[in-house]
Design a protein around this ligand. Structure first.
Ligand code: HEM
Ligand SMILES: CC(C)=CCC/C(C)=C/CC/C(C)=C/COP(=O)(O)OP(=O)(O)O
Length: 299
């Protein structure tokens, strides 16, 4: 994969932007927006959607930049991350800290004033969950880091739902469960083909601590759990036939990847599984949204 390297002319703003992991945050924000749309029977107030989206995106970007700040030394020894501005660039630690604090603080202020206090507190807790509990405490300590830390990545639909309703009911918790169960197969697919880098960086990821075969088995195990969680929105009448049809197709392909990886490992297959995991989550949430609006279109 081509990596973007920091050029000498790249400004501090551009370097900070890259630290915010824009592509990961885009999918995170997408799942939050779907949470907002599902929370209203018809359309939620669009100004509220806009404020909540901007607020959550700013805090998520600040959390990602803070993660890069903490992991500067680890990122320097991994091929995937050594082109980050924290390693190759001119941005200083103080600049990252100030910009991350400013951007995150602005996001929280928007959520507090223009959305509601519940969403602000939950987003702050999500920030702490990813930037501190996952990055600082769990990641260097246990191979269960991403299983527990995955709770932060699973929060955005709950944040979106809380933004519109000021409340949390079982529906957003089902969306939480789906992303929570999706995170281990998503990450372990990558960790399998990057295991040597994680080993060199001294990080106790599952393929490093328990080996490749054990990780492949657990990837398959979590894929079964994931499939079960994706059926819950249909089982509870939160979503209809269109959703469950899409989910079953997406699930069948994920399972085929997980079984193939379990039976016969190759780096190429692990890379494909990782890429598919991202497509899968985006499509699953898109299906939830379409399913929500189909009755309104008279379908
Ligand atoms: C603890 C939870 C998670 C871990 C450990 C994790 C890990 C990773 C890693 C290491 C990458 C980098 C791949 C690369 O550089 O080639 C990645 C990419 C990605 N992740 Fe995750 N992830 C997590 C949660 C999430 C969540 C919750 C989402 C979205 C809802 C997400 C969406 C993505 C996307 C879209 C990419 C691709 C980024 C790109 O193409 O540059 N991840 N993930
Ligand atoms: C709303 C809000 C505050 C959300 C925060 C949640 C958040 C930003 C989750 C991101 C998940 C993510 C980028 C994991 C990457 O793993 P890693 O950090 O181990 O990857 P790396 O090796 O690329 O740094």
């Amino acid at each position: 994969m081509l990596q973007q390297t920091t050029t000498p002319t790249e400004g501090i703003g551009t370097q900070f932007w890259r630290l915010t992991k824009p592509r990961v945050v885009s999918l995170i924000v997408f799942t939050a927006v779907i949470g907002m749309l599902l929370a209203a029977p018809v359309l939620p107030p669009l100004d509220l959607v806009a404020y909540a989206t901007v607020g959550i995106a700013l805090v998520a970007g600040a959390a990602a930049a803070f993660n890069c700040l903490v992991e500067q030394r680890i990122d320097a020894v991994m091929a995937r991350t050594r082109a980050r501005p924290t390693v190759m660039g001119t941005i200083t630690q103080t600049q990252i800290l100030v910009m991350s604090g400013g951007v995150g603080g602005l996001g929280l202020a928007i959520l507090w004033h223009a959305v509601n206090p519940l969403t602000m507190w939950l987003t702050l807790a999500t920030f702490v969950g990813y930037a501190i509990i996952y990055t600082v405490i769990l990641k260097p300590a246990t191979p269960q880091n991403i299983v527990i830390g995955g709770a932060s990545g699973a929060m955005p639909p709950v944040l979106g739902w809380a933004a519109i309703t000021g409340d949390i009911t079982f529906q957003p918790l089902l969306l939480f469960l789906i992303i929570f169960a999706w995170t281990p197969p998503h990450f372990w697919a990558l960790a399998l083909y990057r295991r040597k880098e994680y080993e060199r960086a001294g990080l106790p990821m599952l393929p490093v601590t328990h080996g490749e075969a054990f990780t492949r088995l657990h990837l398959l195990f979590y894929t079964f759990i994931l499939i079960a969680t994706t059926l819950l929105p249909f089982a509870t009448a939160m979503a209809g036939v269109f959703y469950v049809g899409c989910a079953l197709v997406l699930d069948a392909v994920f399972l085929a990847y997980a079984i193939a990886l379990w039976r016969r490992y190759s780096d190429a297959l692990a890379k494909q599984t990782f890429a598919y995991s991202i497509f899968y989550l985006a499509m699953l949430f898109a299906a939830l949204m379409i399913d929500h609006y189909l009755p309104l279109l008279g379908a």
